[in-house]
Ligand binder design. Structure first.
Ligand code: ZN
Length: 470
Protein backbone atom coordinates (compact mmCIF):
# COMPACT_ATOMS: atom_id res chain seq x y z
CA UNK A 1 0.00 0.00 0.00
CA UNK A 2 1.63 3.23 -1.10
CA UNK A 3 1.47 6.49 0.82
CA UNK A 4 -0.66 8.16 -1.78
CA UNK A 5 -3.17 5.40 -2.41
CA UNK A 6 -6.79 5.81 -1.38
CA UNK A 7 -8.99 3.15 0.21
CA UNK A 8 -11.22 2.38 -2.75
CA UNK A 9 -11.76 3.23 -6.39
CA UNK A 10 -14.77 2.25 -8.48
CA UNK A 11 -13.74 2.44 -12.14
CA UNK A 12 -15.22 1.98 -15.60
CA UNK A 13 -18.63 3.27 -14.62
CA UNK A 14 -21.27 5.61 -15.95
CA UNK A 15 -21.06 7.90 -12.94
CA UNK A 16 -24.24 9.88 -12.24
CA UNK A 17 -22.45 12.66 -10.41
CA UNK A 18 -23.98 15.87 -9.15
CA UNK A 19 -22.20 17.90 -11.83
CA UNK A 20 -23.25 15.56 -14.62
CA UNK A 21 -22.91 12.00 -15.83
CA UNK A 22 -19.39 11.02 -16.84
CA UNK A 23 -17.59 7.89 -17.97
CA UNK A 24 -14.97 6.99 -15.37
CA UNK A 25 -15.00 6.41 -11.67
CA UNK A 26 -14.91 7.62 -8.10
CA UNK A 27 -12.16 7.49 -5.47
CA UNK A 28 -13.05 7.08 -1.79
CA UNK A 29 -10.91 7.59 1.29
CA UNK A 30 -11.78 7.65 4.99
CA UNK A 31 -15.44 7.13 4.12
CA UNK A 32 -15.74 10.12 1.83
CA UNK A 33 -15.62 10.73 -1.90
CA UNK A 34 -12.29 12.36 -2.70
CA UNK A 35 -12.19 12.36 -6.51
CA UNK A 36 -14.46 11.90 -9.51
CA UNK A 37 -13.08 11.62 -13.03
CA UNK A 38 -11.93 9.51 -15.92
CA UNK A 39 -10.25 6.26 -14.90
CA UNK A 40 -6.83 7.60 -15.92
CA UNK A 41 -7.17 10.55 -13.53
CA UNK A 42 -8.07 8.56 -10.42
CA UNK A 43 -5.44 7.90 -7.76
CA UNK A 44 -4.09 4.42 -6.98
CA UNK A 45 -6.25 2.52 -4.49
CA UNK A 46 -5.95 -0.37 -2.06
CA UNK A 47 -8.96 -1.87 -3.75
CA UNK A 48 -10.48 -1.30 -7.19
CA UNK A 49 -13.97 -2.39 -8.19
CA UNK A 50 -14.43 -2.57 -11.95
CA UNK A 51 -18.03 -1.50 -12.63
CA UNK A 52 -17.81 -3.01 -16.10
CA UNK A 53 -19.57 -0.11 -17.77
CA UNK A 54 -22.53 -0.16 -15.38
CA UNK A 55 -24.04 2.84 -13.61
CA UNK A 56 -22.61 4.25 -10.41
CA UNK A 57 -25.27 6.11 -8.43
CA UNK A 58 -25.37 7.68 -5.00
CA UNK A 59 -26.98 5.26 -2.54
CA UNK A 60 -30.71 5.86 -2.38
CA UNK A 61 -32.12 7.91 0.50
CA UNK A 62 -35.49 6.49 1.55
CA UNK A 63 -37.39 9.35 3.20
CA UNK A 64 -40.31 7.22 4.41
CA UNK A 65 -39.71 4.12 6.53
CA UNK A 66 -41.62 2.74 9.52
CA UNK A 67 -39.43 0.51 11.64
CA UNK A 68 -40.69 -1.13 14.78
CA UNK A 69 -44.39 -1.20 14.15
CA UNK A 70 -46.83 -4.06 14.60
CA UNK A 71 -46.09 -7.68 15.41
CA UNK A 72 -43.79 -7.85 18.44
CA UNK A 73 -44.84 -4.49 19.86
CA UNK A 74 -43.00 -1.24 20.14
CA UNK A 75 -40.13 -0.74 20.94
CA UNK A 76 -39.18 -4.43 20.98
CA UNK A 77 -39.93 -4.57 17.27
CA UNK A 78 -37.65 -1.59 16.66
CA UNK A 79 -34.70 -3.62 17.92
CA UNK A 80 -35.52 -6.39 15.41
CA UNK A 81 -36.46 -4.22 12.44
CA UNK A 82 -33.38 -2.03 12.57
CA UNK A 83 -31.28 -5.07 11.77
CA UNK A 84 -33.51 -7.04 9.42
CA UNK A 85 -34.99 -4.21 7.42
CA UNK A 86 -31.77 -2.26 6.96
CA UNK A 87 -30.15 -5.51 5.83
CA UNK A 88 -32.75 -5.51 3.05
CA UNK A 89 -32.00 -1.85 2.40
CA UNK A 90 -28.29 -2.41 1.68
CA UNK A 91 -29.06 -5.36 -0.57
CA UNK A 92 -31.40 -3.06 -2.48
CA UNK A 93 -29.01 -0.10 -2.79
CA UNK A 94 -30.57 2.10 -0.09
CA UNK A 95 -27.81 3.50 2.12
CA UNK A 96 -29.70 6.11 4.17
CA UNK A 97 -33.19 6.04 5.57
CA UNK A 98 -35.44 8.28 7.58
CA UNK A 99 -37.59 6.42 10.07
CA UNK A 100 -40.77 7.58 11.78
CA UNK A 101 -40.69 7.30 15.55
CA UNK A 102 -44.16 7.23 17.00
CA UNK A 103 -45.48 6.52 20.45
CA UNK A 104 -48.21 7.91 22.67
CA UNK A 105 -45.71 8.85 25.39
CA UNK A 106 -43.42 11.81 25.10
CA UNK A 107 -40.33 11.30 22.95
CA UNK A 108 -37.62 13.19 24.79
CA UNK A 109 -37.34 10.94 27.88
CA UNK A 110 -36.73 7.97 25.54
CA UNK A 111 -34.74 9.78 22.88
CA UNK A 112 -31.34 8.24 23.63
CA UNK A 113 -32.91 4.81 23.28
CA UNK A 114 -34.31 5.64 19.84
CA UNK A 115 -30.80 6.61 18.73
CA UNK A 116 -29.01 3.73 20.47
CA UNK A 117 -31.28 1.03 19.10
CA UNK A 118 -30.41 2.12 15.57
CA UNK A 119 -26.71 2.53 16.23
CA UNK A 120 -26.57 -0.96 17.69
CA UNK A 121 -28.48 -2.64 14.87
CA UNK A 122 -28.57 -0.63 11.66
CA UNK A 123 -26.56 -1.39 8.53
CA UNK A 124 -27.23 2.11 7.20
CA UNK A 125 -27.05 5.68 8.46
CA UNK A 126 -30.47 6.81 9.63
CA UNK A 127 -32.40 9.78 10.90
CA UNK A 128 -35.73 10.00 12.68
CA UNK A 129 -38.90 11.92 11.87
CA UNK A 130 -41.21 12.45 14.86
CA UNK A 131 -44.94 11.81 14.55
CA UNK A 132 -47.00 14.51 16.26
CA UNK A 133 -49.74 12.10 17.25
CA UNK A 134 -50.53 13.68 20.64
CA UNK A 135 -50.86 17.23 21.87
CA UNK A 136 -47.94 16.88 24.29
CA UNK A 137 -45.60 16.06 21.39
CA UNK A 138 -45.91 19.62 20.09
CA UNK A 139 -44.21 21.05 23.19
CA UNK A 140 -41.30 18.72 22.49
CA UNK A 141 -40.46 20.25 19.09
CA UNK A 142 -37.65 22.55 20.35
CA UNK A 143 -36.08 19.65 22.25
CA UNK A 144 -36.41 17.38 19.25
CA UNK A 145 -34.74 19.99 17.03
CA UNK A 146 -31.84 20.04 19.54
CA UNK A 147 -31.59 16.28 19.04
CA UNK A 148 -31.37 16.48 15.27
CA UNK A 149 -35.01 16.03 14.29
CA UNK A 150 -36.28 18.58 11.78
CA UNK A 151 -39.38 16.84 10.41
CA UNK A 152 -42.72 16.40 12.16
CA UNK A 153 -45.52 14.28 10.80
CA UNK A 154 -49.28 14.57 11.20
CA UNK A 155 -52.17 12.38 10.07
CA UNK A 156 -54.48 15.08 8.71
CA UNK A 157 -57.28 14.11 9.52
CA UNK A 158 -57.13 10.43 8.62
CA UNK A 159 -57.52 7.61 11.14
CA UNK A 160 -59.54 9.59 13.65
CA UNK A 161 -62.34 7.04 13.34
CA UNK A 162 -59.89 4.15 13.65
CA UNK A 163 -59.00 2.48 16.91
CA UNK A 164 -55.34 3.48 16.97
CA UNK A 165 -53.34 5.53 19.42
CA UNK A 166 -53.40 8.91 17.75
CA UNK A 167 -55.42 11.98 18.65
CA UNK A 168 -57.55 13.51 15.88
CA UNK A 169 -55.53 16.08 13.95
CA UNK A 170 -57.52 18.99 12.52
CA UNK A 171 -56.57 22.43 11.24
CA UNK A 172 -55.95 23.77 14.75
CA UNK A 173 -53.26 21.21 15.45
CA UNK A 174 -51.77 21.60 11.99
CA UNK A 175 -51.51 25.30 12.61
CA UNK A 176 -49.88 24.82 16.02
CA UNK A 177 -47.27 22.44 14.63
CA UNK A 178 -46.56 24.60 11.57
CA UNK A 179 -46.14 27.67 13.81
CA UNK A 180 -43.30 25.86 15.56
CA UNK A 181 -41.91 24.50 12.29
CA UNK A 182 -41.81 28.03 10.86
CA UNK A 183 -39.34 29.04 13.59
CA UNK A 184 -36.65 26.77 12.11
CA UNK A 185 -35.69 27.41 8.48
CA UNK A 186 -34.75 23.77 7.89
CA UNK A 187 -37.80 22.23 9.59
CA UNK A 188 -40.63 20.56 7.67
CA UNK A 189 -44.21 19.60 8.53
CA UNK A 190 -45.12 16.24 6.98
CA UNK A 191 -48.70 15.26 6.22
CA UNK A 192 -50.69 12.16 5.51
CA UNK A 193 -53.42 13.83 3.45
CA UNK A 194 -56.66 11.86 3.34
CA UNK A 195 -60.08 13.06 4.44
CA UNK A 196 -61.54 10.74 7.06
CA UNK A 197 -65.16 11.86 6.66
CA UNK A 198 -65.21 11.22 2.91
CA UNK A 199 -63.46 7.91 3.41
CA UNK A 200 -65.91 6.81 6.10
CA UNK A 201 -68.94 7.80 4.05
CA UNK A 202 -67.74 6.08 0.88
CA UNK A 203 -66.85 2.97 2.83
CA UNK A 204 -70.33 2.92 4.40
CA UNK A 205 -72.00 3.07 0.98
CA UNK A 206 -69.74 0.39 -0.48
CA UNK A 207 -70.22 -1.96 2.45
CA UNK A 208 -73.99 -1.54 2.27
CA UNK A 209 -73.88 -2.49 -1.40
CA UNK A 210 -72.00 -5.67 -0.53
CA UNK A 211 -68.72 -4.74 -2.21
CA UNK A 212 -65.48 -6.00 -0.66
CA UNK A 213 -63.03 -6.19 -3.56
CA UNK A 214 -59.81 -4.21 -3.90
CA UNK A 215 -61.50 -1.78 -6.28
CA UNK A 216 -64.03 -1.08 -3.53
CA UNK A 217 -61.14 -0.14 -1.23
CA UNK A 218 -59.93 2.21 -3.97
CA UNK A 219 -63.39 3.77 -4.28
CA UNK A 220 -63.64 4.20 -0.52
CA UNK A 221 -61.02 6.95 -0.60
CA UNK A 222 -61.43 8.76 -3.91
CA UNK A 223 -58.88 11.30 -5.18
CA UNK A 224 -60.97 14.15 -3.79
CA UNK A 225 -60.28 12.87 -0.25
CA UNK A 226 -56.57 13.30 -0.88
CA UNK A 227 -56.75 16.51 -2.90
CA UNK A 228 -58.91 18.39 -0.37
CA UNK A 229 -56.51 17.65 2.48
CA UNK A 230 -53.46 18.69 0.41
CA UNK A 231 -55.41 21.83 -0.45
CA UNK A 232 -55.79 22.66 3.24
CA UNK A 233 -52.13 21.90 3.91
CA UNK A 234 -51.14 24.27 1.11
CA UNK A 235 -53.25 27.07 2.54
CA UNK A 236 -52.07 26.52 6.11
CA UNK A 237 -48.46 26.29 4.96
CA UNK A 238 -48.75 29.65 3.24
CA UNK A 239 -50.53 31.13 6.27
CA UNK A 240 -47.81 29.91 8.65
CA UNK A 241 -44.96 30.66 6.22
CA UNK A 242 -43.60 27.19 6.94
CA UNK A 243 -42.27 24.26 4.90
CA UNK A 244 -44.48 21.26 4.24
CA UNK A 245 -44.29 17.86 2.64
CA UNK A 246 -47.25 15.76 1.52
CA UNK A 247 -46.32 12.11 1.98
CA UNK A 248 -47.44 9.38 -0.42
CA UNK A 249 -49.33 11.42 -3.03
CA UNK A 250 -51.32 8.77 -4.89
CA UNK A 251 -53.57 10.59 -7.37
CA UNK A 252 -53.45 12.92 -10.35
CA UNK A 253 -55.66 15.35 -8.43
CA UNK A 254 -53.23 15.30 -5.51
CA UNK A 255 -50.31 16.02 -7.81
CA UNK A 256 -52.28 18.87 -9.41
CA UNK A 257 -52.78 20.57 -6.04
CA UNK A 258 -49.08 20.27 -5.19
CA UNK A 259 -48.22 21.72 -8.59
CA UNK A 260 -50.50 24.72 -8.13
CA UNK A 261 -49.11 25.63 -4.70
CA UNK A 262 -45.54 25.21 -5.89
CA UNK A 263 -46.28 27.55 -8.79
CA UNK A 264 -47.62 30.05 -6.29
CA UNK A 265 -44.36 29.88 -4.37
CA UNK A 266 -45.65 27.96 -1.35
CA UNK A 267 -42.98 25.70 0.12
CA UNK A 268 -45.03 22.50 -0.25
CA UNK A 269 -43.32 19.46 -1.69
CA UNK A 270 -44.89 16.16 -2.67
CA UNK A 271 -43.70 12.60 -2.29
CA UNK A 272 -45.03 9.55 -4.06
CA UNK A 273 -44.33 5.91 -3.33
CA UNK A 274 -42.79 3.24 -5.49
CA UNK A 275 -45.99 1.24 -4.86
CA UNK A 276 -48.13 3.88 -6.59
CA UNK A 277 -45.71 3.91 -9.52
CA UNK A 278 -45.77 0.16 -10.10
CA UNK A 279 -49.12 -1.17 -8.80
CA UNK A 280 -52.79 -0.44 -9.45
CA UNK A 281 -55.96 -1.66 -7.77
CA UNK A 282 -56.82 -3.47 -11.00
CA UNK A 283 -54.26 -6.17 -10.19
CA UNK A 284 -55.15 -9.40 -8.45
CA UNK A 285 -53.63 -8.43 -5.10
CA UNK A 286 -56.40 -9.14 -2.62
CA UNK A 287 -55.81 -7.50 0.75
CA UNK A 288 -52.09 -7.25 -0.01
CA UNK A 289 -53.07 -4.28 -2.15
CA UNK A 290 -54.96 -2.56 0.67
CA UNK A 291 -52.82 0.49 1.16
CA UNK A 292 -53.73 3.88 2.49
CA UNK A 293 -54.30 6.02 0.47
CA UNK A 294 -55.40 3.37 -1.99
CA UNK A 295 -53.78 2.09 -5.15
CA UNK A 296 -55.49 3.75 -8.10
CA UNK A 297 -55.56 3.08 -11.84
CA UNK A 298 -53.29 3.63 -14.82
CA UNK A 299 -54.39 7.21 -15.41
CA UNK A 300 -53.18 8.22 -11.97
CA UNK A 301 -50.05 6.13 -12.27
CA UNK A 302 -49.01 7.77 -15.54
CA UNK A 303 -49.69 11.21 -14.07
CA UNK A 304 -47.36 10.42 -11.16
CA UNK A 305 -44.55 9.39 -13.52
CA UNK A 306 -45.20 12.57 -15.51
CA UNK A 307 -45.15 14.64 -12.31
CA UNK A 308 -41.71 13.18 -11.52
CA UNK A 309 -40.47 14.04 -15.01
CA UNK A 310 -41.80 17.58 -14.71
CA UNK A 311 -40.44 18.21 -11.22
CA UNK A 312 -43.95 18.59 -9.78
CA UNK A 313 -43.46 15.63 -7.45
CA UNK A 314 -39.85 15.75 -6.29
CA UNK A 315 -39.58 12.81 -3.91
CA UNK A 316 -40.04 9.05 -4.02
CA UNK A 317 -40.03 6.81 -0.96
CA UNK A 318 -41.34 3.41 0.06
CA UNK A 319 -43.48 3.71 3.23
CA UNK A 320 -41.71 0.49 4.17
CA UNK A 321 -43.35 -1.44 6.99
CA UNK A 322 -42.20 -4.92 7.98
CA UNK A 323 -45.68 -6.19 8.68
CA UNK A 324 -45.99 -9.96 8.67
CA UNK A 325 -48.27 -11.62 6.16
CA UNK A 326 -50.53 -12.82 8.98
CA UNK A 327 -51.03 -9.34 10.39
CA UNK A 328 -51.47 -7.94 6.89
CA UNK A 329 -54.20 -10.42 6.04
CA UNK A 330 -56.03 -9.99 9.32
CA UNK A 331 -55.92 -13.74 9.76
CA UNK A 332 -58.15 -14.43 6.76
CA UNK A 333 -55.71 -15.02 3.93
CA UNK A 334 -54.86 -12.96 0.88
CA UNK A 335 -58.48 -12.87 -0.27
CA UNK A 336 -59.97 -12.31 3.16
CA UNK A 337 -62.33 -9.55 4.22
CA UNK A 338 -61.13 -6.31 2.63
CA UNK A 339 -62.77 -4.11 5.25
CA UNK A 340 -61.42 -6.04 8.24
CA UNK A 341 -57.81 -6.22 7.04
CA UNK A 342 -55.60 -3.46 8.46
CA UNK A 343 -54.63 -0.76 5.97
CA UNK A 344 -50.95 -0.27 5.47
CA UNK A 345 -48.13 -0.40 3.07
CA UNK A 346 -45.55 -3.15 2.73
CA UNK A 347 -41.85 -3.98 2.81
CA UNK A 348 -40.60 -1.95 -0.17
CA UNK A 349 -37.12 -0.76 0.74
CA UNK A 350 -35.40 -3.65 -1.03
CA UNK A 351 -37.18 -3.36 -4.38
CA UNK A 352 -37.21 0.47 -4.39
CA UNK A 353 -34.15 0.85 -6.60
CA UNK A 354 -34.75 -2.21 -8.82
CA UNK A 355 -38.31 -1.08 -9.53
CA UNK A 356 -37.31 2.52 -10.26
CA UNK A 357 -34.67 1.31 -12.74
CA UNK A 358 -36.91 -1.36 -14.21
CA UNK A 359 -40.13 0.67 -14.53
CA UNK A 360 -38.57 4.12 -14.75
CA UNK A 361 -35.28 3.96 -16.64
CA UNK A 362 -35.78 0.83 -18.70
CA UNK A 363 -39.27 1.87 -19.78
CA UNK A 364 -38.07 5.35 -20.75
CA UNK A 365 -40.22 7.11 -18.19
CA UNK A 366 -37.33 8.71 -16.28
CA UNK A 367 -33.69 9.36 -17.02
CA UNK A 368 -31.18 7.87 -14.60
CA UNK A 369 -30.29 11.44 -13.60
CA UNK A 370 -33.91 12.17 -12.66
CA UNK A 371 -34.17 8.88 -10.75
CA UNK A 372 -31.14 9.93 -8.71
CA UNK A 373 -32.71 13.33 -8.02
CA UNK A 374 -36.06 12.01 -6.82
CA UNK A 375 -34.76 8.95 -4.94
CA UNK A 376 -31.59 10.40 -3.40
CA UNK A 377 -30.63 14.05 -3.90
CA UNK A 378 -33.97 15.75 -3.28
CA UNK A 379 -34.71 13.54 -0.28
CA UNK A 380 -31.36 14.44 1.26
CA UNK A 381 -31.97 18.14 0.59
CA UNK A 382 -35.49 18.19 1.99
CA UNK A 383 -34.49 16.51 5.22
CA UNK A 384 -31.23 18.27 6.05
CA UNK A 385 -28.77 15.61 4.85
CA UNK A 386 -27.35 17.41 1.82
CA UNK A 387 -24.52 17.64 0.70
CA UNK A 388 -23.33 14.81 2.91
CA UNK A 389 -25.89 12.38 1.45
CA UNK A 390 -27.71 11.91 -1.83
CA UNK A 391 -25.01 12.98 -4.29
CA UNK A 392 -21.80 11.83 -5.86
CA UNK A 393 -19.66 14.87 -5.18
CA UNK A 394 -16.26 15.44 -3.59
CA UNK A 395 -16.63 15.58 0.17
CA UNK A 396 -19.90 13.64 0.28
CA UNK A 397 -20.11 10.35 2.16
CA UNK A 398 -18.93 7.46 -0.01
CA UNK A 399 -22.40 5.93 -0.23
CA UNK A 400 -22.52 4.41 -3.69
CA UNK A 401 -24.33 1.73 -5.61
CA UNK A 402 -23.25 0.01 -8.81
CA UNK A 403 -26.33 -0.76 -10.89
CA UNK A 404 -26.46 -3.17 -13.80
CA UNK A 405 -29.47 -1.92 -15.80
CA UNK A 406 -29.70 -5.19 -17.75
CA UNK A 407 -29.59 -7.69 -14.87
CA UNK A 408 -32.90 -9.43 -14.29
CA UNK A 409 -34.55 -11.31 -11.48
CA UNK A 410 -37.99 -12.17 -10.14
CA UNK A 411 -39.23 -10.64 -6.90
CA UNK A 412 -40.10 -13.75 -4.92
CA UNK A 413 -39.35 -14.89 -1.37
CA UNK A 414 -35.68 -15.44 -2.23
CA UNK A 415 -35.27 -11.92 -3.56
CA UNK A 416 -35.61 -10.40 -0.10
CA UNK A 417 -33.08 -10.19 2.73
CA UNK A 418 -35.51 -8.56 5.13
CA UNK A 419 -37.15 -10.78 7.70
CA UNK A 420 -39.75 -13.31 6.73
CA UNK A 421 -42.37 -13.75 5.54
CA UNK A 422 -41.42 -11.87 2.44
CA UNK A 423 -44.65 -10.89 0.77
CA UNK A 424 -45.17 -7.77 -1.32
CA UNK A 425 -47.47 -6.17 -3.89
CA UNK A 426 -44.92 -7.02 -6.58
CA UNK A 427 -44.57 -10.68 -5.65
CA UNK A 428 -43.81 -12.72 -8.77
CA UNK A 429 -42.98 -9.69 -10.91
CA UNK A 430 -39.84 -9.61 -13.03
CA UNK A 431 -37.45 -6.67 -12.77
CA UNK A 432 -34.62 -5.51 -14.97
CA UNK A 433 -32.01 -3.38 -13.21
CA UNK A 434 -30.25 -4.56 -10.05
CA UNK A 435 -27.52 -3.36 -7.74
CA UNK A 436 -24.31 -5.36 -7.92
CA UNK A 437 -22.36 -3.51 -5.20
CA UNK A 438 -23.55 -1.36 -2.33
CA UNK A 439 -20.90 0.82 -0.72
CA UNK A 440 -21.70 2.72 2.48
CA UNK A 441 -19.22 5.09 4.09
CA UNK A 442 -16.56 3.72 1.75
CA UNK A 443 -17.16 0.16 2.96
CA UNK A 444 -18.26 -2.49 0.45
CA UNK A 445 -21.32 -3.71 2.32
CA UNK A 446 -22.91 -5.92 -0.36
CA UNK A 447 -21.11 -7.44 -3.30
CA UNK A 448 -22.89 -9.65 -5.84
CA UNK A 449 -25.58 -10.53 -3.33
CA UNK A 450 -23.23 -11.30 -0.43
CA UNK A 451 -23.31 -9.25 2.75
CA UNK A 452 -19.87 -8.17 3.98
CA UNK A 453 -20.74 -6.03 6.98
CA UNK A 454 -22.09 -6.36 10.48
CA UNK A 455 -25.19 -4.70 11.89
CA UNK A 456 -24.50 -1.60 13.93
CA UNK A 457 -22.23 0.00 11.32
CA UNK A 458 -24.80 2.75 10.67
CA UNK A 459 -24.87 6.07 12.51
CA UNK A 460 -27.63 8.38 13.67
CA UNK A 461 -27.84 11.46 11.46
CA UNK A 462 -28.22 14.55 13.60
CA UNK A 463 -29.93 17.02 11.29
CA UNK A 464 -30.31 20.76 11.41
CA UNK A 465 -28.30 23.59 12.98
CA UNK A 466 -25.57 22.52 15.34
CA UNK A 467 -25.58 19.08 13.80
CA UNK A 468 -23.05 17.56 11.50
CA UNK A 469 -25.40 17.92 8.55
CA UNK A 470 -26.19 21.61 8.99
ZN1 ZN B 1 -46.04 5.98 6.19
Amino acid sequence: MSESSVDLVVSDARVVAERGTIRGGVACDDGRIVAIGSDACLPPADRVIDADGNFLLPGFVDPHVHLGRRDAGYPEQLEIDFETETRGAVHGGVTTLLNFVEQGDQYLPDWDDFVDVGERNSYVDFGHHAVMSHEHHIEEIPGLVDRGVTSFKMFFNMYKYHDIDIEPCEADRVHRVLSHVAEYPEAVGMFHCENAEIQREMERELRESGREDLQAWRESSPPVAEAMQIEHVGRLTRFSDANSYAVHVSSAEGADVVERYRREGVNLHGETLVTFLVNTADEDLGVWGKVSPPLRDERHQERLWEALRQGVIRHVGTDHIATSKEVREGGEGKYGNMWAAPPGIQPGVEFFLPMMVSEGYNRNRLSMERIVEVCATNNAKRFGLYPRKGVIAEGADADLVVVDPQATTVIDDDFFHTREPRWSSVHGRGVQGLPTHTIAGGEVVVECGDLHADPGRGSYLHRGPGGETA
